[in-house]
Design a protein around this ligand. Structure first.
Ligand code: ADP
Length: 401
């Protein structure tokens, strides 16, 4: 069985084409800067060197057409005909209240995704455009939608709700949805496999630390609490997002500074986080260099990031009533030993002991980074959202048979 996995961002379209017998990636690529003047496609076949081509891509429909063209190309295509694609799996950022498990695409599911667009305007609108392009171009091939919010639908209601008038939940669905669910689910399952334990016997905290960062408490295999909320701005300090702040700051900026709501939204999403504090960069490699050279604001930004993450360990440990494993993933979680080390520093009293040597070695690969005697395991696991989507797509189709 061959499955094409599509991950549509607001201005990008990533894809991976899997052979599901071996779970090997045959082709992976990214259509970047869609609708901008310098749009391009970067792809690699069988893990070989990347090929980059500049192509004018006006919208997500055209991006998808280009992917099919590459897959079926006469010279270096990997399939001779589109019918060799058995199914398409889509990552959809927001499933709202109704879409809480992978779904085979039907008219009804499409309508329900349409209803979620106000909750994630950029991402879900782009995803819908791609779903429709797939339907048009590959009308006979089943499509499965996998939702980033779905994993968090198991969070107890008392933790999902905001203490604002109940009608805002009833009328507008305002509640905590949580994000990065596909990643949190993948790495928590993988952690249980690495420990050779049943996930139902474990309490896990997963840190997905990338441009956007979130943290999830996974109790016996299901999401029990997560740091992001109604939108992905909440929770940890991030690259450019502010994380949790006092909401009254918004009124202050509006009233005292005369800023529009759009301007404030832009500041809190794009000009805040470690970029806003350091005034230098949202990239943790740049920040580390500047901090090591004595730049105090770069150091402060890193300290704030790690402090905000550390607080979740205490909080999530308490609500789960214990902890067995901490997982680090995402660009920062997988590649920045100094951040992992800082987040779990001085937690020996809880039974968390980092093996600093192994921690330094763990760059972009699966590895235990706690000491053998550590009561709570710390592990680095590169995320693989596409593989989880491909597996869920296969599973959904099997159920249908
Ligand atoms: P996204 O959330 O967009 O998927 P990623 O998970 O790829 O992002 O994470 C990107 C971030 O990872 C970058 O901003 C960068 O700060 C961080 N990062 C990547 N490699 C390293 C590294 N070697 N050291 C520190 N940070 C890194």
């Amino acid at each position: 069985m061959k499955i094409l996995v599509i991950n549509s961002g607001s201005s990008s379209l990533k894809y991976q084409f899997f052979d599901m017998e071996s779970e090997k990636v045959i082709v992976k690529g990214n259509c970047e800067r869609i609708s901008q003047v310098d749009s391009k496609i970067v792809y690699s076949i069988d893990g070989q060197e990347e090929i980059e081509t500049e192509v004018k891509i006006n919208n997500h429909h055209e991006a998808f057409e280009n992917i099919i063209r590459i897959l079926t190309d006469d010279n270096d295509g990997v399939i001779s005909d589109m019918s060799e694609i058995d199914a398409i799996g889509h990552r959809i950022v927001h499933g709202g209240e109704k879409l809480v498990r992978p779904e085979i695409l039907t008219e009804k599911v499409e309508e329900e995704i349409e209803e979620t667009v106000p909750l994630a305007p950029l991402h879900n609108a782009a995803a819908l455009e791609v779903l429709r392009a797939c339907k048009k171009i590959l009308s006979n091939i089943p499509q499965v939608t996998v939702f980033d919010t779905a994993f968090h639908s198991t969070i107890p209601k008392y933790a999902q709700m905001y203490a604002i008038p109940y009608k805002f939940y009833e009328d507008d669905g305002i509640k905590k949805y949580g994000f990065h669910g596909i990643s949190h689910e993948y790495v928590s399952n993988r952690a249980a496999e690495m420990l050779k334990k049943n996930i139902k016997s474990l309490n896990i905290i997963t840190f997905h630390l990338g441009n956007g960062s979130s943290c999830t408490a996974i109790k016996r295999g299901t999401s029990f609490e997560t740091s992001m909320g109604f939108t992905p701005i909440d929770g940890l300090v991030m690259g450019t997002r502010c994380g949790s702040i006092d909401v009254a700051i918004i009124k202050y900026l509006s009233k005292e500074k005369g800023m529009s709501i759009e301007k404030i939204d832009n500041i809190l999403n794009k000009e805040s986080g470690v970029l806003g504090i350091s005034g230098i960069s949202s990239d943790f490699r740049d920040l580390a260099t500047h901090a090591n050279n004595g730049n105090e604001r770069a150091r402060l930004a890193l300290d704030m990031f790690c402090y905000s993450a550390k607080k979740y360990i205490g909080s999530f440990l308490c609500i789960m009533g214990g902890l067995d494993v901490i997982v680090f993933t995402g660009g920062i979680g997988e590649n920045a030993p100094f951040i992992r080390s800082e987040i779990v520093r001085n937690l020996e009293f809880l039974g968390i002991e980092l093996d600093e040597e192994n921690n330094k070695k763990a760059i972009g690969e699966e590895m235990f980074v706690s000491t053998i005697g550590s009561k709570i395991c710390v592990v680095v696991i590169p995320t693989n959202e596409e593989l989880l989507i491909a597996r869920e797509t296969k599973k959904a189709l099997k159920k249908e048979e």
